[in-house]
Design a protein around this ligand. Structure first.
Ligand SMILES: [Zn+2]
Length: 565
């Protein structure tokens, strides 16, 4: 296509509201525009890239025998009531009413709907397993949309659902889908890592996230470079190190005037941070719950929330702390606390500890777990830290961040049971379907590719999803240049290449700037050199290498470069 006829509104300057490199470059290269917070238009170039992403994902899903369908985005409330998720999903669910006052939502995911379809159509083990997927728009009312298309309120997803008659069958499909995901992200040439994940609100047992390595991103995970153990922080475990043998000390109430924060208390009482036990009051579905970790640890609220199987969890306000403990913020502790107490595993067995006394300006010291306070709920609620030891091999763990590209879950019977979706077994029994669900965020693949493939000039597209592979740039208003470059352009078009011709009245510098910003993998340059030796200068974007190619060899050269390497 002629660039002058194309709708490619590039920007010279970085947009001020874009935080991440991919967001900036997608705006600058004319791939997307924002319509409202977290809502984007894919402009023609961006839409070409998106379609290439869709095609690759679709190919690999079809290859493993998954079948594509299309479910609606506008969903009735009733199935969501059956699973309880109409309430559990919270404010992220876009809810609306029709003219008759009936409740609907804009689907953020489709477990309920696909379960409904299977419930009404499949009744025998003979029809299982079934793998159904769609590539469709999802909605989520994000509190804070971020990083452009990476965390937006409307987004395109591939979501696959599988239905089985046994856990073995689910495991088998899970493995197959897991491998298909690896193949997909390999085809995109992304650097990624599958990490063990927490199945959180969706429920279920085994779960993985596929995370693209990146400077930005909202997935925090740990990885062991020795044995490749990897897990996101909500699921990560670490090897429990036994505390040194400590001696019982007498319990003592000590005056700690206006001393509240961890560092203040530890330096005032001259105890190491791990001896101070942090007691944090949460309001969990309306009830007060005290959670205790060591002073050198942090609570991971997702772990706590999952353990409690809570719908909503939040820190108690200062007023609520006074009401439930009798003391202001900073002096909370379990001794004398009347309510549920959750203790982190690393707190168990501690002696000579320090705790808030539930009394203004007082702490206890010499606290022994088991003697002075107790809890039957000793669970892993701490956040794994850099340097913690790998639960598998004991090597130090590294903490990283990245972009979640996809997620796979073994759901089990959570949805089929609550929606009474049963099938008949070989023996004639009625059993709930065993399910799995598997998502991939389409636009995130684009954003992650740009995060991993760019330089200071712009995007460096991989051949797999570049909007076009080739741009022809005539540098001079010279007749031979114009005639010959047009001829090559026509020849490449006929040869089936994805090629763009730069015919805009711009300076050579401006032409190069835009070509590099948009990130065409190959530039065919017709300038002084061509007039001298009749060779086309081909510049490869990914490494800047320059090739001189005879016009009659150009097709073969490009075919090898683009399709055979
Ligand atoms: Zn390890």
């Amino acid at each position: 296509m002629l660039l002058s006829k194309m709708f490619v509104p590039t920007l010279r300057e970085d947009p001020s509201d874009a935080e991440s490199i991919s967001h900036k470059l997608m705006l600058r290269a004319g791939l997307i525009r924002q319509i409202s917070s977290g809502i984007y238009v894919f402009l023609p170039l961006g839409f070409r890239v998106l379609n290439k992403v869709i095609n690759i994902v679709r190919e690999e899903m079809n290859r493993i025998g998954a079948q594509e369908l299309l479910m609606p985005a506008l969903l009735p409330k009733e199935p969501w009531d059956e699973t309880g998720r109409w309430d559990v999903y919270g404010d992220e669910l876009f809810k609306l009413k029709d003219r008759k006052g009936r409740d609907f939502c804009l689907g953020p995911t489709h477990e309920e709907i696909v379960t409904l379809i299977i419930k009404n159509t499949v009744n025998s083990y003979k029809n299982l397993p079934i793998l159904l997927y769609q590539i469709q728009t999802k909605f989520r009312d994000e509190i804070r949309p971020r990083f452009g298309v990476m965390r937006s309120r409307e987004f395109l997803m591939k979501d696959l659902y599988s239905f089985h008659d046994s856990w073995d069958s689910l495991s088998e499909s899970y493995k197959k889908i897991f491998n298909a995901y690896k193949k997909i992200f390999d085809r995109f040439r992304l650097k990624y890592i599958p990490v063990e994940a927490d199945s959180g609100a969706i429920g279920g047992k085994v779960s993985h996230e596929f995370v693209a390595e990146s400077e930005i991103g909202e997935c925090e995970f740990v990885v062991c470079e020795k044995c490749r153990y990897a897990a996101n922080v909500e699921a990560a475990k670490s090897k429990l190190i036994k505390p040194e043998e400590e001696k019982d000390e007498p319990l003592e109430l000590v005056h700690t005037p206006n001393i509240k924060r961890v560092e203040e208390v530890t330096s005032f009482l001259k105890v190491p941070a791990h001896r101070l036990l942090k007691s944090i009051l949460y309001i969990v579905d309306g009830e007060s719950v005290l959670a205790i970790v060591r002073g050198d640890d942090e609570i991971n609220e997702v772990k706590l929330k999952n353990y409690l199987k809570a719908k909503e969890i939040r820190l108690a306000t200062e007023e609520e702390i006074e009401k439930h403990t009798g003391a202001p913020l900073g002096f909370t502790g379990p001794i004398g606390f009347n309510g549920r107490i959750i203790v982190d595993k690393r707190v168990e067995g501690i002696k000579g500890g320090v705790l808030g006394a539930n009394k203004k300006d007082y702490h206890y010291k010499g606290v022994s777990f088991g003697r002075d306070f107790e809890s039957e709920e000793i669970v892993d609620i701490r956040e794994v830290k850099e340097g913690d030891l790998c639960p598998v091999c004991g090597s130090p763990l590294k903490k990283k961040i990245g972009i979640e590209l996809g997620h796979t879950f073994q759901l089990g019977t959570k949805y089929s049971e609550s929606m009474k979706a049963y099938f008949q077994t070989k023996e004639g029994e009625l059993k709930p379907f065993i399910m799995g669900c598997y998502g991939i965020g389409m636009a995130r693949i684009i954003a992650a590719t740009i995060e991993q493939y760019h330089d200071d000039k712009g995007i460096v597209w991989t051949k797999e999803i570049a909007p076009y592979h080739i741009i022809i740039i005539p540098l001079k208003e010279d007749e031979k240049i114009l005639v010959d470059s047009k001829e090559i352009y026509k020849k490449l078009l006929h040869g089936g290449f994805e090629v763009v011709y730069e015919d805009r009245p711009l300076s050579p510098g401006e032409k190069f700037k835009d070509a590099d910003l948009i990130g065409f993998p190959y530039k065919l340059i017709f300038g002084k050199g061509y007039l001298k030796d009749g060779l086309i200068e081909v510049k490869r974007r990914e490494d800047g290498e320059v090739f001189k190619v005879k016009p009659e060899d150009i097709e073969e050269f490009l075919r090898k470069e683009i399709y055979e390497s």
